[in-house]
Design a protein around this ligand. Structure first.
Ligand code: NAD
Length: 490
C-alpha cells in the first residue's frame, strides 16, 4: 500500500500468524490498562504480559483482566530482553508522561522516554518482535499550521515533547535500518475511564470532572481558548488492538486522533451539559510549555484503519463521568436497577406494537417541533402486578412508529424500553416520547444505557438527560428532572 504523500505503509504483514503473545509496556497506566482489557477480549491473543514499574500506573487498573504483571522498569535492559524474548509483539506505552513533569525534571523524562525506548527497540530487534509505540502530538509544538499533518516540521516546546520525538525517531530509524516491522503513533489528548485526577500533573478532562463532582470551579490556564483534539480512549485502544493484531506498519509517524478541535472553555461547556448545570471556571495564569492549538489531520490513520469509527466527545464524556461516579468512594449513590436495557434505536421491537391493538389510547397534543413529519404521541397505562407501567406510543397517520415503556420506581420513573421505527425520523420521535414522559410524571425520570450504545446516549443527551451515575453492571445512569406538563389535550 502506498501512503498519500509517497510513504510506504503496510497492513496484515506476512509475519507471525495468530495466536500472538503480546507485551504492553506501561500496561498498568491509563491507556495501557484500557488496551489490555480490550486485547483480553480479542480472539488470537494467546498471552498478555504487562511490563510496568507502577510509577504512575496502578495494579488495580488491571483487576479482572487476564494479564501477567511484571513490575520492573524499561530501564532494566535485562528484564526487557527477557520479557520481550517471549513475545511476538510489543505495544510500547511506558513513559514519563506530562509536559509539566518534564519541565520539573527533564533528565528523568529523557531517561525513560528516550533511553527506555532504546532498550525496548534493542529487545525487539534481537527477538524479531513487532513494535507499536506511543509518541505525542506535542512534537508539533507551536507550528501554526492546522490541522497537524505528519509531514509538518516538528518543533518541540518542552522536554517532554523532545523526548517523545526521540521515541518516534528511534522507532522509525530502527524500522528503516534493521527492516523491523514498526508503527509509531502520535496520540493527541486522550481521555476516558481510568485516567486519574487529583494530582498536580493530571490531564484536563479528569481534572475538570473531579472538580465538578466536588462542587469546585474548573481550573483553566490562560484564556481557555487553546484548542485540543480530544480522543476517547476506547477509540485509541481499538486502533492499537487492530494495529497489533494485523501487524500494521508505517515508515512515518501516524496521528492517532480524528480531527476534532475543542477549546478548553468549550470542553467546560460540554461538561456543563453532561452535568446539567453551569460549571464555574477558576482562571489561572498560562502554563510553561503548553501549545496553543492542536488538531490532527487523520487521512493516514483512516487509510490504515478504514473501519474505525471514533466515539463523539459528548458520548465519551458521558462514559467518563459515569466511570467517575461509579468509583469506590464516589459521593454518588450507585443503584442497581433491574429490567431490560434500552432497546437500541433502529431496532423496532415489533412484538410490542401488536399488543396495542384494542388498548384504549389517550391522545396528547401533537408535539411535532423536532421535525416536519406530522406525528403525535398517545399514551396507555397498563397496570402490571406490583408496579405501574407507563407506556407512550408515537403515531404517524394513525400507525404506531415508536414506543416507550417505563415504570415507577422509588428512585424515579425508569425507562426500560424505547424503540422507533427506522423508517421515520428517529431522533425527533424518540426525543418527543421522552419529553412527553417527563411531562407526564411527577418524579425524576431515569434511564439506564449501555455505555457502548452510542446512538442512544447521543439521543438522551440531546433530549436533555444528564449523567447522574453508573450501575453496578457498569452501565450509564442518566436522569431528566421533572418538568411541569402542559395541559394534555385533544
Ligand atoms: N494520555 C494522553 O493524552 C497521551 C497523549 C500523548 C501521548 N501519550 C503517551 O501514551 C503513553 C501512555 O500514556 P498514559 O496517558 O496512559 O500515561 P500513564 O502515566 O497512565 O501510563 C504510563 C505507564 O508507564 C509506566 N511507566 C513509567 N515509567 C516506566 C518505566 N521506567 N518502566 C516501566 N513502566 C513505566 C507507568 O507506571 C504507567 O503505568 C505514554 O507513552 C504517553 O507519553 C499519552
Amino acid at each position: 500500500m502506498t501512503g498519500p504523500v509517497g510513504s510506504t505503509v503496510h497492513s496484515a504483514s506476512a509475519g507471525k500468524a495468530w495466536p500472538v503473545k503480546i507485551v504492553v509496556t506501561g500496561g498498568a497506566g491509563f491507556i495501557g490498562a484500557n488496551l489490555c482489557a480490550e486485547l483480553a477480549t480479542r480472539p488470537g491473543v494467546e498471552r498478555l504480559t504487562v511490563l510496568d514499574d507502577l510509577s504512575t500506573g496502578d495494579e488495580g487498573n488491571l483487576s479482572g483482566v487476564d494479564v501477567e504483571l511484571i513490575r520492573s522498569s524499561i530501564l532494566d535492559a535485562g528484564v526487557v530482553h527477557r520479557v520481550v524474548g517471549a513475545a511476538d509483539a510489543v505495544v510500547h506505552l511506558a513513559a514519563r508522561p506530562s509536559v509539566p513533569r518534564s519541565v520539573a525534571d527533564p533528565m528523568a523524562s529523557h531517561h525513560v522516554n528516550a533511553t527506555g525506548t532504546m532498550h525496548v527497540l534493542e529487545a525487539c530487534r534481537e527477538h524479531g518482535a513487532y513494535l507499536v509505540a506511543a509518541s505525542s502530538s506535542s512534537v508539533y509544538g507551536d507550528a501554526p499550521a492546522l490541522p497537524k499533518h505528519e509531514e509538518l516540521p516538528t518543533r518541540p516546546r518542552s522536554p517532554y515533547a523532545a523526548s517523545k520525538l526521540a521515541t518516534e525517531a528511534y522507532v522509525l530509524a530502527y524500522g528503516a535500518t534493521y527492516r523491523m516491522p514498526v508503527l509509531a503513533f502520535r496520540f493527541f489528548n486522550v481521555y476516558g475511564e481510568l485516567q486519574p485526577a487529583g494530582h498536580a500533573y493530571a490531564a484536563v478532562v479528569p481534572t475538570f470532572i473531579d472538580a465538578a463532582l466536588r462542587g469546585l470551579p474548573l481550573p483553566v490556564y490562560g484564556d481557555g481558548r487553546q484548542t485540543r483534539d480530544f480522543t476517547y480512549v476506547g477509540s485509541v485502544v481499538e486502533v492499537l488492538a487492530d494495529a497489533v493484531l494485523r501487524r500494521v506498519e508505517c515508515d512515518r509517524p501516524v496521528n492517532l486522533a480524528f480531527g476534532s478541535r475543542t477549546s478548553i472553555v468549550d470542553l467546560a461547556g460540554e461538561l456543563s451539559v453532561v452535568f446539567g448545570r453551569t460549571l464555574d471556571i477558576a482562571w489561572q495564569s498560562e502554563r510553561a510549555g503548553d501549545v496553543r492549538d492542536s488538531q490532527a489531520a487523520d487521512g493516514l490513520l483512516r487509510e490504515l484503519f478504514p473501519d474505525v469509527s471514533p466515539v463523539p466527545l459528548a458520548v465519551g464524556l458521558v462514559r467518563t463521568v459515569a466511570w467517575f461516579h461509579g468509583r469506590p468512594g464516589s459521593a454518588v449513590t450507585v443503584v442497581s436497577p433491574t429490567g431490560p436495557d434500552v432497546v437500541p434505536l433502529g431496532e423496532m421491537a415489533s412484538e410490542l406494537l401488536p399488543a396495542l391493538a384494542g388498548v384504549e389510547l389517550r391522545a396528547f397534543r401533537a408535539t411535532a417541533d423536532y421535525d416536519d413529519e406530522p406525528w403525535q404521541i398517545e399514551n396507555f397505562v397498563r397496570p402490571l402486578p406490583g408496579k405501574t407501567e407507563l407506556s407512550l406510543v408515537a403515531m404517524v397517520a394513525g400507525a404506531p412508529v415508536g414506543f416507550l415503556v417505563a415504570s415507577r420506581r422509588p428512585e424515579g420513573v425508569h425507562v426500560h424500553r424505547l424503540a422507533v421505527d427506522p423508517g421515520h425520523r428517529r431522533e425527533g420521535i424518540a426525543a418527543g416520547l421522552l419529553t412527553r414522559l417527563v411531562a407526564e410524571t411527577d418524579g425524576t425520570v431515569t434511564v439506564v444505557c449501555h455505555p457502548d450504545n452510542t446512538p442512544a446516549l447521543d439521543l438522551y443527551l440531546r433530549a436533555g438527560f444528564r449523567t447522574v451515575g453508573a450501575t453496578e453492571a457498569g452501565k450509564v445512569l442518566l436522569a431528566m428532572p421533572q418538568r411541569r406538563a402542559e395541559p394534555a389535550g385533544v
